[in-house]
Ligand binder design. Structure first.
Ligand SMILES: C[S@@+](CC[C@H](N)C(=O)[O-])C[C@H]1O[C@@H](n2cnc3c(N)ncnc32)[C@H](O)[C@@H]1O
Length: 231
């Protein structure tokens, strides 16, 4: 959402420190990142070596480069970690993946120039929001049913109680006069948590699914504290 309509002086945060560190390198040192990405090759041996690296022992540039490389070559771009926080998604099958997306990195860097970037839990991230601020939450989705395990982006899961806490935080922001937008799966739980909000069902293309048959479009909800313009 941010990169589709960048706003100066935005505040972007995520609990995934690896992701936020990468954003910082993209913002502050895009050319060094582009240079380092040139060291990667698309092969199983290299993928396994890079995946096994301990990010804490790398420089910020190498760490960001590792994340971009893994994101572009892993199975369906899925960021998944084990209980010890180690990235464990297998390699994906691609034909000539672009390992050095230089134009995208430079464009993202320009968009991020004035932005504040933080590794934070969503609740502390919005603690200082003021009336009229626009707050967009893009949380790990409530599984639409069956086997779905997309909430392990970092070592701790985003549990049912996190979804309830998010709904409480979102409601208190709306009461404070903030404009709040969220997206989530079209599930009974989400409809219950945001009963009384403006809810717009949308069909989203999705490629992240372990079962090819379940890729395609999935039902999502765009949830808003204010009346959408076309309502
Ligand atoms: C659907 S993804 C959104 C990714 C992000 N919008 C992006 O495109 O870079 C959900 C994100 O929620 C983050 N997350 C999980 N638990 C969180 C928490 N308690 N506070 C803040 N972010 C959290 C995950 O790390 C993951 O990046």
């Amino acid at each position: 959402m941010f990169f589709a309509m960048p706003q100066p002086e935005s505040y972007l945060s995520d609990a995934n420190d690896e992701l936020m560190r990468c954003y910082r390198v993209v913002r502050d040192d895009p050319e060094a990142l582009i240079d380092d990405l040139g060291n990667h090759v698309y092969s199983r041996a290299h993928y396994n070596d890079v995946r096994a690296l301990d990010p804490v022992r790398l420089t910020d540039i190498e760490r960001a480069s590792r994340l971009v490389f893994l994101n572009r070559t892993c199975f369906n771009g899925l960021w998944r970690v084990n209980r010890r926080g180690q990235f464990n998604t297998p390699m994906g099958r691609y034909t000539n993946p672009t390992l050095v997306p230089a134009a995208e990195i430079r464009a993202a860097s320009r968009a991020l120039q004035d932005c504040h970037l933080a590794t934070a839990d969503f609740q502390s991230a919005v603690a200082d929001c003021q009336s009229e601020d626009l707050v967009y939450f893009d949380p790990p989705y409530v599984p639409a049913g069956g086997y779905a395990d997309f909430d392990r982006y970092h070592a701790e899961c985003f549990s049912l109680s996190d979804h309830e806490r998010l709904a409480t935080v979102a409601a208190s922001l709306a009461e404070r006069g903030c404009h709040v937008l969220l997206s989530n799966s079209d599930t009974p739980l989400v409809r219950r948590l945001y009963a009384g909000w403006h809810i717009t069902p949308i069909a989203m293309p999705r490629s992240i699914n372990c079962l090819g048959s379940r890729r395609g479009s999935v039902a999502e909800l765009l949830i808003s504290s204010v009346t959408p313009a076309d309502e």
